[in-house]
Design a protein around this ligand. Structure first.
Ligand code: C2E
Ligand code: MG
Ligand code: MG
Ligand code: MG
Length: 288
């Protein structure tokens, strides 16, 4: 009996694995076509000054408009783009597209001349040999002031190929673009990275932000992370602000910028323009 049950469990496991493998292969085939069929698009999430709600920047986030599944979130296909190497051409498209959009906003929105655009880069893109060229080309083609382009990298990049990565980040720093350490605190978090690489900004991961209102220790940790960033003269951006309590806590502890559903969700170009027209997001400021 027990054996039968075990067999049954195995059979189920096999079936689901098979289905998963088939689905992966299917997705991979479709991903190959997605670029040429122009199924990718970018949404943008505001980065807001905690002091006054001013929109300082916009983070570009990739979406895939799949012909039958609808809009697929990046968690479901970016790993596959990375495994297949497709992140290289897709990444080049993202850089170009985000800079083209930035140019449009700089041209059409008065009072937004210092708006920044943030782009996420995968470690794989650093192995592509021409990442520096791609960035240089895009800022030249669209006349983007380099200090208005921010590149977000994660800690996983830093442990991989130390000399090559360090050199490339230094070259990017030299051309004047900003570099942000994304998801700070979730990876290997060797604090030495913070001073060994030319970062301009630190993005505190949502998992720390969500502890506001929880234990005294977890709040102390969040406060300390912000202080570390500030003391290294980094701009500190809190990710995933959802509540007023989180917003108030971070503001009180001198965090510079915030991003999160409580301020604004990532959204398509048209809706972002409506927000930019107002230029401030005051939802959590609670002005009297
Ligand atoms: P990330 O760079 O840390 O981006 C922030 C993610 O948190 C986004 O998810 C955003 O929608 C989500 N988020 C923002 N505010 C809140 C909040 O208040 N609450 C919660 N629960 N979530 C919030 P998204 O767009 O699904 O992207 C997930 C990850 O996929 C990104 O994390 C980034 O690592 C990667 N990704 C997205 N676009 C690109 C891209 O163009 N290139 C590369 N290489 N990676 C990308
Ligand atoms: Mg990011
Ligand atoms: Mg992040
Ligand atoms: Mg994060």
């Amino acid at each position: 009996r027990a054996r039968n049950q075990a067999d049954l469990a195995y059979a189920f496991a096999d079936a689901s694995t098979d289905a998963q493998v088939r689905e992966q292969i299917q997705l991979e085939t479709e991903l190959h076509r997605a670029l040429e069929r122009e199924e990718f698009f970018l949404v943008f999430q505001p980065q807001v000054a905690l002091t006054d709600g001013c929109i300082v920047g916009l983070e570009a986030l990739l979406r895939w408009n799949h012909p039958s599944r609808g809009v697929v979130p990046p968690g479901q296909f970016i790993p596959l783009l990375e495994e297949t190497g497709l992140i290289i051409p897709a990444g080049e498209w993202i850089i170009d597209q985000a800079c083209a959009q930035a140019r449009t906003w700089l041209d059409t929105l008065p009072g937004q001349s210092s708006l920044r655009i943030a782009i996420n880069l995968s470690p794989r893109q650093f192995q592509s040999n021409n990442l520096l060229e791609q960035i240089k080309n895009a800022i030249t083609r669209y006349s983007i002031p380099p200090q208005q382009l921010e590149l977000e990298v994660t800690e996983s990049l830093l442990i991989e190929d130390f000399p090559g990565t360090h050199q490339l980040l230094s070259q990017l720093d030299t051309i004047g673009v900003r570099i942000a350490l994304d998801d700070f605190g979730t990876g290997y978090s060797a604090l030495t990275y913070l001073q060994a690489f030319p970062f301009h900004a630190m993005k505190v991961d949502r998992s720390f932000v969500s502890t506001v209102g929880g234990s005294r220790k977890s709040e102390a940790l969040l406060k300390t992370i912000v202080q570390i960033g500030k003391s290294l003269e980094l701009e500190v951006i809190a990710e995933g602000i959802e509540t007023k309590a989180q917003f108030d806590f971070l503001r009180k502890h001198d965090c510079d910028l915030g991003q999160g559903f409580g301020l604004a969700r990532p959204q398509p170009v048209g809706e972002v323009e409506a927000l930019l027209a107002k230029s401030h997001i005051r939802t959590l400021l609670g002005d009297e």
